[in-house]
Design a protein around this ligand. Sequence first.
Ligand code: PLP
Length: 405
Amino acid sequence: MATINQNYQKLPGSYLFSEIARRVAAYAQAHPDQRLIRLGIGDVTRPLAPAVTRAMHQAVDEMATAEGFHGYGPEQGYAFLREVIAREDYQARGADISPEEIFVSDGAKSDCGNIGDLFDRDNVVAVCDPVYPVYVDTNAMAGRAGDYDEGLGRWNRLVYMPCVAENGFSPAIPDRPVDLIYLCFPNNPTGAVATRAQLQAWVDHANRTGAVILYDSAYEAFITDPAIPHSIFEIEGARTCAIEFRSFSKTAGFTGTRCAYTVVPKDLVRGGASLNAMWNRRQCTKFNGAPYVVQRGAAAIYTPEGREQTRQTIAYYLNNARVIREGLAGAGLTVCGGENSPYIWARTPEGMGSWAFFDRLLQQANVVTTPGAGFGPSGEGYIRLTAFGGATDTAEAVERIRRIL
Ligand code: PLP
């Protein structure tokens, strides 16, 4: 008889966004006359840039001809996309990354989850708290997280690095040995960014101990402060200790189009093995490449008009972020994030629990947010709002929240 991966049985009941959806659906059903504004889930709302859709239309037309038809593409991604990524996202920023170190995929979520294939079960994993739940759950599925303690809301083999107001939402280097370190900047959910000096400390630590940093920069396009690095590979020494995940989802509205990439430097070696070669082997075995049409669309982001059009969309979201940040601060809430990030992390008033504040905002302001506790124990006492809504709705949501506070 087939036996199952028992680690799945250990996963706590409901995924955060399912529970939110359940509460929102129940409320909406009971109050059909109320118009809800959703500033909860991190999906974008602005359309794809015209430069992107034009490139995709052209690619579709190519596919309709015998000469232009593309079947299975390279598992690592087409050279035209890998080359422009290496040049524009890395070399132009002084980061020494070559096209062979870039692996195009269908999403950073899959890559963040799949990267665990390269590491054995005994690795000790460090995650930020609060955290993007995918890092935690995929390690739990692989048996690296141990057992879940419902009371504490924690896995007993994970090392949690609290990111709280006291440390400026910047994790401290763990006081015990860890092997895999997940970092995400600009951070989901807190909106915090990391300075060059902070990232240098992580890189130096990883090189000293042999740990590998799994760096998620899915939100780098929102960085406006020129002093903040966009990539871990802008930091000296990162080529021997880091892997980076990037996505076109938030950069260019690709959440439904699906395209991302992972950077695995050739200098990253553990146990005598090249992680670049291992990831290549993994992708060639389990992945058949992102669609040609989609990769043509992604490459168009790097053209002058594609750049300008995506810049305008990011500016639109960043303006929403400012409206939320300033509006909530004006209403007396303590807020952070939303400056180099589409996420605003707001402290609940009067020490209210984050699910209680979520319910209050839902029921009294008809605004959907995300309770911070869903991202880990240190998220208790916070809610996350996202800047991905429409400008008018965002302003109205902030006004409604101000009124009930
Ligand atoms: N990484 C972080 C931190 C995210 O918040 C998200 C999406 O919300 C992703 C990765 C997933 O990106 P993708 O759409 O490329 O799978």
